[in-house]
Design a protein around this ligand. Structure first.
Ligand code: SAM
Length: 347
């Protein structure tokens, strides 16, 4: 029981990581490089994003005209409803607004809408945001935020990590375009992996290497301080169903014979053949860059392969769970291997 509480407390803490502007900018630019009109005439909903904190709102508000957006909606979650609470004080922006309500400020979510040039300066940007309190606390699952979801073309945010499965399901049931950030563990969830396998969703432009740095609200758990701001490195990744160029770039690979002679990995170089699983008809490829370019059969590759997966180059057959592999894992000479993704070259 104590263990469960600890786990929940940790998960709640991880719900309060804030994304850096540069990371959002680099990721969105990859979708725009692929299709410069991807957001033109569209409504974007940012459902976990208070402009006081969220660089997602700042990014889309700043680029409203450039992207040709139709409407931007950003909703925030009530401070009192957060599982991991930090001292709350309404901002001066909120307190100075005529609609400020001291009874609602910590109990209600807020909605911010950007649609027209209110200031009359000929541009639509963050100064034109209109806001009001929501009826409820801004939970993405509430009827009022779900209605906003239905109105939107794109749902974009870094959602609470502890609710990732539910959040993705909430988007998928409405068949919306999305860009999200998830913890790397999410990739193997049974609610996520099959969607990747069937090319319904995929990892974003940014490589998984090095994780991502977030602003953290946790006083004690951080990895560095940047200009007074506590930052945490989290093994996380972007996940989306918007196309980008990187996913269509095939991995550059060597033949099996060349791998066995020249691979930089000593587990491969000098061997007579790749290992085969005792309990499944496939070869074990312990590194994505050691996938033999000319092998036609099934290969077990590390989960990190998904970061480099090009659907025109390989087909994903499943993981141990989908393939119902005996004893739940590949074994080689009786030794249990790491969890793998099973793939085959496309002809
Ligand atoms: C990981 S943070 C990211 C915040 C912001 N999207 C960003 O990237 O900087 C997730 C946010 O979602 C909020 N949140 C937690 N549970 C929520 C829920 N059920 N509905 C909506 N927002 C929620 C958290 O309080 C937190 O502010």
């Amino acid at each position: 029981m104590a263990n469960t509480n600890l786990k929940q407390a940790k998960a709640a803490k991880n719900d309060e990581f804030y994304t850096q502007f540069n990371d959002i900018n680099a990721e969105m630019n990859a979708y725009l490089d692929y299709d410069k009109d991807v957001f033109r005439g569209k409504t974007v909903l940012l459902p976990c994003d208070d402009p006081e904190w969220s660089n997602f709102t700042r990014f889309f508000a700043a680029k409203f005209d450039e992207l040709g957006l139709k409407k931007l909606i950003s909703t925030s979650y009530a401070p009192e409803s957060k599982k991991y609470k930090t001292p709350y004080q309404p901002s001066l922006f909120e307190q100075n607004a005529p609609q400020f309500d001291p009874k609602k400020t910590s109990l209600k979510g807020k909605i911010f809408v950007l649609e027209k040039d209110r200031t009359g300066d000929g541009r639509i940007n963050i100064n034109d945001l209109e806001w009001t309190y929501l009826k409820g606390d801004g939970d993405f699952r509430s009827d009022e935020v779900t209605k906003l979801r239905d109105e939107a073309d794109f749902i974009i945010t870094n959602p609470p990590f502890s609710l990732f499965r539910e959040f993705l399901a909430w988007i998928m049931e409405a068949e919306k375009k999305f860009v999200l950030i998830g913890n790397k563990n999410c990739i193997t969830y049974k609610e996520v992996f099959p969607l990747i396998m069937h090319n319904k969703i995929w990892t974003g432009y940014r490589s998984w290497a090095g994780g991502m740095w977030f602003k953290t609200m946790n006083e004690d758990d951080y990895d560095r301080i940047d200009s007074g701001i506590k930052m945490k490195n989290v093994p996380s990744f972007w996940i989306t169903n918007i196309d980008h160029g990187r996913r269509h770039q095939p991995l550059s690979l060597m033949t099996m014979a060349d791998n066995l002679r020249f691979s930089k990995h000593k587990d491969i170089r000098g061997k007579l053949a790749y290992d085969r699983y005792d309990n499944y008809d496939a070869i074990e490829v312990p590194f994505s860059d050691a996938i033999p370019s000319d092998y036609e059969g099934v290969m077990g590759v590390p989960i990190s392969f998904l970061d480099k997966y090009c659907p025109e180059q390989f087909e994903i057959l499943g993981n141990e769970y989908d393939l119902n592999i005996e004893r739940g894992r590949g074994y080689i000479n009786g030794k249990r291997m790491y969890s793998r993704v099973f793939i085959r070259k496309r002809s």
